[in-house]
Design a protein around this ligand. Structure first.
Ligand SMILES: O=C[C@H](O)[C@H](O)[C@H](O)COP(=O)(O)O
Length: 271
């Protein structure tokens, strides 16, 4: 196993040991390569999972749950008002404020609604994802769009300052755009690194002048474009903040665990 895979596994083990509830009833399971180690860590806990329902965030996630011998229940089958005890997921990048970029593996819409349904959203990643600002290392924002509106959305993204936003091609031998679990396209939109709270407090503007955006301002602008289903920026409230204001959970994780190159696990937690 490569060092990066080892680091994902180490982060998943710590995250699960710290956040998997003793009598978990509803658990969100994200998508990607890191979440595989989260499911492995849940199995390794040796707890009774027979009464626990696992909510997938897409096809790969559902197959992962089923292959582990766990019970998958689709998001639209959970009883109305159910709050998930916890949701685990990976990320493509996490900034100092715990805002995340997601969608590198073409899943983001179901991940967002599952994360927001959970009391605690926990992120697990390797050290490459730990950055001061979004778009430091990961260069574009994945955006899920209705196929018929894709070219219109591209024009609008250019108006917001994105340089060369493009429809993601299918990775398979079949030519054409990649299709998400919703049958939509993904547009990858490059932007300059996104400002965090400290930048705004230091007087930077973040309203798109010269293509420089704050995380929240840009995410809201992209979500306003007709044809966009959801943007792969997870920002705004965390779980406890959202609960305090009458919501369930937030888009930002309450904690993110990173497997470091030296074998340790670093954590970033919400204030
Ligand atoms: O679209 C995919 C999801 O948002 C993933 O959680 C994200 O891309 C991280 O994936 P990985 O764990 O493979 O780095």
């Amino acid at each position: 196993m490569s060092a990066v895979e080892e680091s994902k596994r180490a982060a998943a083990k710590v995250a699960v040991e710290k956040h998997y509830p003793k009598d978990a009833r509803w658990v969100g399971i994200g998508s990607g390569t890191t979440i595989v180690y989260v499911v492995e860590a849940i199995k390794n806990l040796g707890v009774d999972t027979s009464a626990t329902k696992y909510i997938p965030t897409g096809y790969q996630s559902k197959q992962l749950i089923i292959s582990a011998g766990l019970t998958a229940v689709e998001y639209d089958s959970i009883p109305l008002g159910t709050v998930l005890d916890v949701a685990f997921d990976g990320a493509d990048e996490v900034d100092e404020d715990l805002n995340c970029i997601k969608g590198g593996g073409a899943c983001l819409f179901q991940e967002k609604i599952v994360a927001m349904q959970a009391k605690e959203f926990i992120c697990v990643a390797d050290h490459r994802k730990l950055q001061p600002r979004l778009l430091s290392n990961w260069k574009s924002i994945p955006i899920e769009v209705a196929p018929i509106a894709a070219h219109r959305v591209i024009l609008k993204l250019k108006e917001l300052g994105s340089v060369n936003p493009a429809i993601r091609a299918s990775a398979s031998v079949k030519e054409g755009p990649l299709k998400t679990d919703q049958g939509f396209f993904i547009i990858d939109a490059p932007f300059k690194p996104l400002l965090i709270k400290a930048d705004l407090e230091a007087g930077q503007d973040g309203n798109g002048k010269d293509g420089v955006w704050a995380v929240g301002a840009l995410a809201r602008k992209i979500n306003e474009i007709v044809g966009v289903l959801e943007v792969g920026v997870f920002q705004g409230l965390t779980g406890p903040q959202a609960t305090a204001t009458g919501g369930i959970g937030g888009q930002r994780p309450v904690a993110a665990y990173f497997g470091m190159a030296d074998g340790t696990v670093a954590v970033r937690k919400a204030e």
